[in-house]
Design a protein. Structure first.
Length: 357
């Protein structure tokens, strides 16, 4: 039986954070709106290394809230540049695929800068070039709600891309930044995949054919993205089961379905969570209703978010999550070459198609 340490592991969407720290968003039961709410301490770094993680696409910049999107995003980039500068033995900023290989060779964790909402672009396409120069490698077009670029997964009209949104996709192509369609509405996803000159990604999602929730993608979306050389990452989230109580087996089921739809060269993982696990689940459960209510009040919640379900998979979390996934995939009969692809190689191959000059 292998472990995650046998593979290069790239989390296409995750977090570096110690959610047990006193001021963390998880501990306080509040929305994560700023990287200032995160705690990247000795435990965070030790857990990341122990998990086998090679690189992770983290969320920075404006996602929600009442702060000015562009200015807040520039501040967030400065914050993360400082975090990486303060931890040179453990972290490495990723701009190229070579940086991910370097992180593995030097036993560091590669940090990929990504957005989960493109609203910080505003009406100025020139900002895309600014973000590119600052090292942003992934930009998700929408969060759950609609923005001026397109409709998110919870926007009832499902209107697709706006005319400006089409220009944004073109601008991201010009800057060779990943176009991430996670959280997007179905028409937004299909239209962006169709018009993009470069392959697009859905860095963290599930399969709607297995669990019919808006945050999961239809087979049509998955197939189109994969057919054009794109990438699909499966998350470790409650949306993988209709009850909201998703298990590790559900994660494997969604990976397996995605492989059957997309082919084994297009599927990976994007957990949508940290490596360090919450220690006191009972205390966290007590704050969950408040957290879900805050998201709903802010208009950013998704169908399937409930106060009685955790926003993660309980038996696939913490430092063993990638090791356990390897074990479960082996039990499913996956050979090591396919596991290697899912754990990180497929993301690397996709990144090579986008980031290479």
């Amino acid at each position: 039986m292998g472990t995650a340490h046998d593979y290069l592991v790239v989390n296409a969407l995750g977090e570096l954070d110690n959610p047990n720290a006193a001021h963390s968003s998880a501990a306080a039961g509040k929305l994560i709106q700023s990287s200032d709410d995160l705690t990247i301490d000795a435990r965070t770094l030790a857990d990341a290394h122990a998990s086998g993680l090679t690189a992770v696409n983290i969320t920075l910049g404006y996602t929600m809230g009442d702060m000015p999107p562009y200015e807040h995003t520039l501040h967030e980039i400065e914050v993360w540049d400082g975090i990486i500068r303060d931890n040179p033995a453990d972290l490495l900023k990723v701009r190229t695929v070579a940086d991910i290989h370097r992180a593995r060779q030097e036993r560091r964790v590669g940090v990929i800068y990504g957005f989960q909402n493109a609203v910080a672009i505003g009406e100025d396409l020139g900002r895309i070039d600014t973000f590119d120069r600052l090292g942003v490698r992934v930009i998700q077009l929408t969060y759950n709600q609609a923005n001026h670029i397109g409709d998110g997964s919870m926007a009832p009209e499902n209107r697709g891309l706006t005319p400006f949104g089409r220009q944004v996709v073109e601008g991201l192509n010009d800057s060779r930044i990943m176009v991430d369609l996670s959280h997007s509405g179905e028409r937004t996803c299909l239209e962006a995949a169709e018009i993009s000159r470069q392959p697009v990604s859905i860095n963290h999602t599930g399969c709607r054919a297995l669990t019919d929730l808006p945050r999961n993608k239809t087979d049509e979306e998955l197939r189109l993205v994969a057919s054009r050389g794109g990438f699909v990452g499966i998350y470790f989230m409650p949306f993988l089961h209709a009850s909201g109580h998703a298990s590790a087996e559900d994660v494997v089921e969604h990976i397996d379905h995605a492989v059957n739809v997309c082919g084994e060269d297009a599927v990976g993982i994007g957990t949508d969570g940290p490596v360090t696990s919450i220690d006191d689940l009972d205390a966290y459960r007590a704050r969950l209703a408040e957290h879900v209510a805050l998201r709903a009040a802010a208009g950013v919640g998704a169908a399937g978010e409930r106060s009685d379900t955790f926003p993660f998979v309980v038996d696939l979390r913490g430092v063993d999550q990638f090791h356990e996934l390897v074990r479960l995939l082996e039990l499913r009969g996956y050979r090591s070459e396919r596991i290697e692809k899912i754990l990180g190689k497929n993301f690397l191959d996709y990144a090579e198609r986008i980031w290479a000059a």
